[in-house]
Design a protein around this ligand. Structure first.
Ligand SMILES: C[S@@+](CC[C@H](N)C(=O)[O-])C[C@H]1O[C@@H](n2cnc3c(N)ncnc32)[C@H](O)[C@@H]1O
Ligand code: SF4
Length: 251
């Protein structure tokens, strides 16, 4: 939908960035050329049509599978993210079968619930114990060679996460890589240590300030199970094994 997306992608390409683009692909047919210079496409599949539309609205599934197939045919690596809201192995299995048939991968991420940028909550009936068990099964899928993009270490961390109603916490003696290894910039140039901390910390506007001078060096939390952030943190904690795991997935 972003009217300047071509310009943004072109600028990133000019600067030699590795470019990933998250899109629900609903408008793919209108602007397939947007993806030409993109290295890796992320999209969303929360399950079959019924499950997907239950969380994302009527019509949200229309054309998405065709778009994924078209991207795969164009040689683009595609990762579809399933937000795990409840333990439902049937949906996970269905997604993995589809991914195997078409040639893409699934990244599983827990539903984040306690920050200003995400809405919704985990239903009362869903316990953390049941979710831990579900994540162990997802790890077993990964170990069995199914097309799971999430790293094994990440899935294992999720399988041991104590309380899924708390996505991030501060632990004495722990430091996370947000702000030093990676950061998040919103469309207005406001930067935060990570996307999750948008709204929890004062932004640094990169059009006016230099991150290295203005970032206070601390983050509001130091341990989290937020999908992309946990993978990033594991990459910094275990650079070699995380890189090998990623290479196996992308190549
Ligand atoms: C930046 S968001 C959305 C990108 C794009 N508009 C789409 O729908 O695919 C990236 C991913 O986060 C997922 N997501 C949305 N709400 C979430 C939540 N509360 N917890 C975890 N992931 C969430 C989305 O489903 C999507 O796969
Ligand atoms: S622990 Fe670090 S990466 Fe995770 S949400 Fe907090 S600041 Fe972001």
């Amino acid at each position: 939908m972003h009217k300047d997306i071509d310009e943004i992608v072109a600028l990133a390409r000019e600067r030699d960035f590795y470019i990933t683009l998250n899109s629900n692909l609903v408008l793919y047919r209108r602007r397939p050329e947007v993806f030409e210079e993109v290295d890796l496409v992320f999209t969303s599949l929360d399950g079959d049509e019924e499950a997907h539309c239950a969380t994302r609205g009527k019509g949200a599934y229309d054309g998405v599978l065709d778009a994924i197939e078209a991207l795969v045919e164009r040689g683009k690596p595609v990762v579809a993210i399933q937000v795990v809201q409840r333990p439902d192995l049937g949906q996970a299995e269905g997604l993995l079968q589809l991914a195997e048939q078409v040639g893409f991968q699934i990244h599983f991420q827990p539903q984040c619930v306690d920050t200003t940028i995400v809405r919704g909550s985990i239903p009362e009936s869903v316990t953390s114990e049941a979710l831990r068990e579900h994540w162990s099964e997802l790890l077993a899928f990964k170990r069995a060679g199914r097309p799971v993009a999430s790293s094994a270490r990440y899935l294992d961390e999720q399988a041991h996460w104590s309380d899924f109603r708390v996505s991030a916490r501060s632990e004495p003696g722990r430091q996370c890589a947000a702000g030093r290894g990676f950061f998040y910039i919103d469309p207005l140039g406001n930067a935060y240590p990570c996307a999750f901390t948008n709204g929890l910390t004062e932004p640094v506007n990169l059009l006016e300030e230099d991150w290295r001078r203005s970032f206070p060096g601390t983050t509001p939390c130091t341990v989290c199970n937020v999908g992309p952030m946990l993978e990033f943190n594991l990459l910094f904690e275990h650079p070699l094994s995380a890189s090998l795991d990623a290479l196996r997935r992308i190549s």
